[in-house]
Design a protein around this ligand. Sequence first.
Ligand code: ARG
Length: 460
Amino acid sequence: MWKGRFQTETSNLVQRYGESISYDWRLYAYDIEGSIAHAAALADAGIINKTEERAIAKGLREIKSEIESNEFRFRTSLEDIHMNIESALTEKIGAPGAKLHTARSRNDQVALDTRLYCRAESQAIFNRLVAMQDSLLTLSVNHPEAVVPGYTHLQRGQPVLFAHHLLAYVETLERDKERVRDGYKRINVMPLGSGALAGSTIPLNRALVAEKLGFPAITQNSMDAVSDRDYIAELLFTISMVGIHLSRLSEDVILWASAEFGFIELSDAHTTGSSLMPQKKNPDVAELTRGKTGRLIGNLTSLLTTIKGLPMTYNRDLQEDKEPLFDSIDQIKLALDVFTEMMKAAKVREDRTANATSDPFLLATDLADYLVLHKVPFRDAHEIIGKLTAYSIQENRGFPDLSLEEFQQFSPAFEPDVFRVLDVKTALKARKAIGAPSPANVNRQISRWQKRIASTKPLS
Ligand code: ARG
């Protein structure tokens, strides 16, 4: 492609070192779509005629189907997807093919291709986030009454509806969806026409190209346009954050599926056995997701590190953007798919959740609140219940097994109705402020999410 200035062939080692075709072939559909739009702009500017434009579009479509039917031979000597396609086109249709690269550089071409790719993949990830929320909602709806201890420091704290715990993850995924939607705006800007770095002396109608490719905006600085990879970094961050959320859910799932907790049973289809221990049923999907999240964060770090030292404008370092991007997108889509399927098929063991929540100490805070409602200052109430707890442990009798007289030894404010507090249902019902897990609140949240999911709009 640049043979004019050179006298010797590129070294084989340099070809091997610099090629990107082994992975950027995946951009072929976007490269072709972009080239067809570019040809329209060339025709509009009178650089090619209508017949040539048609020949280019037809040739490119043929190349597309050759790639899709595995007939296309990608050549490492042609470095990347852009040159592979252009060279095949020229072989196919001759002169018009050789005109296609007018007023274009691979620098604005690759920027266009990756933006088209990120745009499509953002939508794909967004759809999967919705499906994942839906699977958590389904599990909530199927077990509306299951109660679990809520934990802080992985110590039993207070009782919550299991649905409330699941809905906590629905919230985190909603923020991820917002991040995808927001980043989409910055991806959705058309860079073609920026040329190598300074546009072109052959001015093309960029608005026409943008319209053909469905971009609502056009980049406004050619130098920024060919070197900007912020939109990829943002997407990699968003993906990392999704991974981190799934990783935290993984940790919960791993605990829940253990004999010690036993709150859920994963289906055989989503667990693996041990080659040695016949009794094992391992939550590998969750472990893999926790593990792969490190890789997602690594991909983000890798790109940020690539960008940080680059002077304006395009530098070949930027070719290193694609492998981390492709990897993160492949992995997060798969993770969301498998997690969605796994959560849908999981069974909640309500006998085990009920057993865990029968721990009377879960209601210690409620007892303190009871004293507050009986005019005891909270700090005093906290200390009184602390002493009562120590006594109860020492006696090896839970709060409900103590007598009113025993309660009153710790505070005269206790009255016979104290025993009403010692009921998980009462405790949950009382938690009715916005965001708290009373059953009425949780039900409202479930319908809110169901409506929201049903009225999801595509990204724009
Ligand atoms: N394969 C290159 C990349 O991914 C395309 C742009 C190459 N531009 C250049 N001037 N060598 O970044």
